[in-house]
Structure formats: structure tokens, C-alpha cells
Ligand binder design. Structure first.
Ligand code: PBG
Length: 330
């Protein structure tokens, strides 16, 4: 893009357009507003619960009866959507509370749709919070069995949609799960419900604070047999391509901050709506440094979110959503 023969210093002075906030605003390339945010939250059994999550300062476990107030806040801040994670009462080998009609997420969906119908309710579709072994699928001979997991994931997605979910977001990284979920939803009369696929999801240590919050750590081994190797970029494009071919409406890159190159390449390669998940570890690093007085929390948070948008994400899933929305409001 840069060609010789064009104006050069001293004729060219790039600082001219940085002289005032008004000028900077006119030429700003990236827009950050709450309309791009999805706010993730954790729902738990019990009554009157709003329990702080120690590894994620400012985030809570909510019981269903405490959700309405929170959702009114979220909606007033201009955030269009939430993403739900559930903490079941009990776990088993097959993660059966994930697809129980009266499971914790299913009940939370109903409560939210009653309280704030216009809020877009998205659900994380995975088994790891619900299985006794903490893996995202069914275990056969000590391994996560891809094809046997598809049926349970499809049942989970269907039960969320039946409870009123507006969108489902499979995060398990099994091959073929988008196609399986799409077929199940279509077969049950839900062809209008979109799927946001965690398409390029890496086996990342940045999920640490979340796994404490969601009690979803694997009880043996790790997730490297199904989540992506952080060293791979081209493979991310294949994962995204695959999920699009299977019918994903929105594709996601996760985590965001250490993977801005992946977001950028995905943006350049695919026209589809692109989401990025600013995950728990990214959030908690900022919170911890801010608590120590080492950084300016507001400035760092807005810079992080702007960077994720600049890299090419249309949508950002972020635990900073409420605070950032308040900071961004005029
Ligand atoms: C479930 C899931 C995880 C996250 C979102 N969905 C954890 C994992 O894969 O271990 C992580 C979110 C975060 O760290 O904020 N599979």
C-alpha cells in the first residue's frame, strides 16, 4: 500500500489529524459500543444467591431468582445479549443435567425471557460442567468419544431452545457437532434458531479462572485431544470453514487477546459474523493488576476491547461488558 512518490515529510504530517479530540473522533477507524457485547454469566441452584467468584473479581454465581434484576441492568446498559453457563446440582458420567428439561440453565432461560423478553439469551452448549469427569464429551476407554458425544450435545441444545433460548453456542470442539445440532433443531421445528459455533477454540491456560468458577476442570488428563494447539493458525481457518459448512451462523475465535492474529485472519478470509471470546484469564489479569494499582483499569479495558474489535471481531464476549458499557455511555 505504501508507495513512493506520495507526499512525504515535511509535506506529510500525520500528527495534523491528532490535534484535537474532535479530529481524532472523525478519523477513528474502530467503533466500540455496548451493542457488540455479549455478557457471560453463571447460574446456580438455591435462592437469593449472588456469590462472588474469587478467581474472577466482579463476577458472581446467581440463583435463578436473582437473575431478573441483573438482566434489567444489563439491558439498560445497552448490552443486547447474555451467554449462560450452569452449575448443576449433581454431575454424572453422561452429564445428564445438561439436557434435563428442568436443569439449571433451562430454568434460567425461562426466568430471563419472562423478565426481559428483548434480551438475546444465548446458551453455552457443552458437557464439561455436568460430567463427573469434567470432559466436554462422553468417555469411552479413557478417551472422549467424538461421535457418541454428538447426540448428548444435540439434546442439550434442543432442551435449551425448548426452554426459550434465542441462540445456542456449542463449545465442546467435537467434530460434526454443528451439523448434528442443526439437524436436531431443524427436525424439531427450530430452523429459525441460530448457532454461534466456538469454531477456533484453543486448549488455553487462560480458561483457568473460569474452570474454578464453573467447577469444570477435567478430572484426568487435559483438553488437548479436542481443543486446538495454540501453535496453530492455519488449522483455525479449517475449523472455521468446517463449522460454516455445517451451518454455523456466527463463528468464534477463543481466547481473544493472545489470538488477535487468528481473529484478523478469520476476518480477512470469511464474510461471516465473527465473535471473539475475551476469556476469564484475560479478564482476571486486568482485574488483578488494577487491584494492585499497577494499571489504569478503565483505560486498559477499553484498549483491550478496542483491539479485539480492530482485529476484526464483530462481537465480543466479555466479563467486562457491564463496566465497559457504563464507561462508554455518553
Ligand atoms: C466450556 C467452556 C469453557 C469456557 C467457555 N466454555 C472452558 C473450557 O473449555 O475449559 C471458557 C471461558 C472462559 O475462560 O472465560 N467448554
Amino acid at each position: 500500500m505504501l508507495r513512493t512518490g506520495l507526499a512525504q515529510f515535511p509535506k506529510l504530517r500525520l500528527r495534523r489529524l491528532r490535534r484535537s479530540e474532535a479530529l481524532r473522533r472523525m478519523v477513528r477507524e474502530t467503533e466500540l459500543s455496548p451493542s457488540h457485547f455479549i455478557y457471560p454469566l453463571f447460574v446456580t441452584h438455591g435462592r437469593g444467591v449472588k456469590a462472588p467468584i474469587p478467581t474472577m473479581p466482579g463476577q458472581y454465581h446467581f440463583s435463578v431468582d436473582r437473575l431478573a434484576d441483573e438482566m434489567v441492568d444489563v439491558s439498560r446498559l445497552g448490552i443486547p445479549a447474555v451467554m449462560l453457563f450452569g452449575l448443576p446440582a449433581t454431575k454424572d458420567e453422561a452429564g445428564s443435567e445438561a439436557y434435563a428439561p428442568d436443569g439449571i440453565v433451562q430454568r434460567a432461560i425461562q426466568a430471563i425471557k419472562d423478565a426481559v423478553p428483548e434480551l438475546v439469551v444465548i446458551t453455552d452448549v457443552c458437557l464439561c460442567e455436568y460430567t463427573s469427569h469434567g470432559h466436554c464429551g462422553v468417555i469411552v476407554d479413557g478417551q472422549v468419544d467424538n461421535d457418541r458425544s454428538l447426540d448428548l450435545l444435540s439434546r442439550t441444545a434442543l432442551s435449551h431452545v425448548r426452554a426459550g433460548a434465542d441462540m445456542v453456542a456449542p463449545s465442546d470442539m467435537m467434530d460434526g457437532r454443528v451439523a448434528a445440532i442443526r439437524a436436531t433443531l431443524d427436525g424439531e421445528g427450530h430452523s429459525g434458531t441460530p448457532i454461534m459455533a466456538y469454531a477456533a477454540k484453543y486448549a488455553s491456560a487462560f480458561y483457568g479462572p473460569f474452570r474454578v468458577a464453573a467447577e469444570s476442570s477435567p478430572q484426568f488428563g487435559d483438553r488437548r485431544g479436542y481443543q486446538m494447539d495454540p501453535a496453530n493458525a492455519r488449522e483455525a481457518l479449517r475449523e472455521i470453514e468446517q463449522d460454516i459448512a455445517e451451518g454455523a451462523d456466527i463463528v468464534m475465535v477463543k481466547p481473544a487477546l493472545a489470538y488477535l492474529d487468528i481473529i484478523s485472519r478469520a476476518r480477512a478470509t470469511f464474510p461471516h459474523p465473527l465473535a471473539a471470546y475475551n476469556v476469564s484469564g484475560e479478564y482476571s489479569l486486568v482485574k488483578a493488576a488494577a487491584a494492585n494499582g499497577w494499571i489504569d483499569e478503565k483505560a486498559v479495558t477499553l484498549e483491550v476491547l478496542t483491539a479485539i474489535r480492530r482485529a476484526g471481531a464483530d462481537i465480543i464476549l466479555t466479563y467486562h461488558a457491564k463496566e465497559a458499557a457504563a464507561w462508554l455511555s455518553p
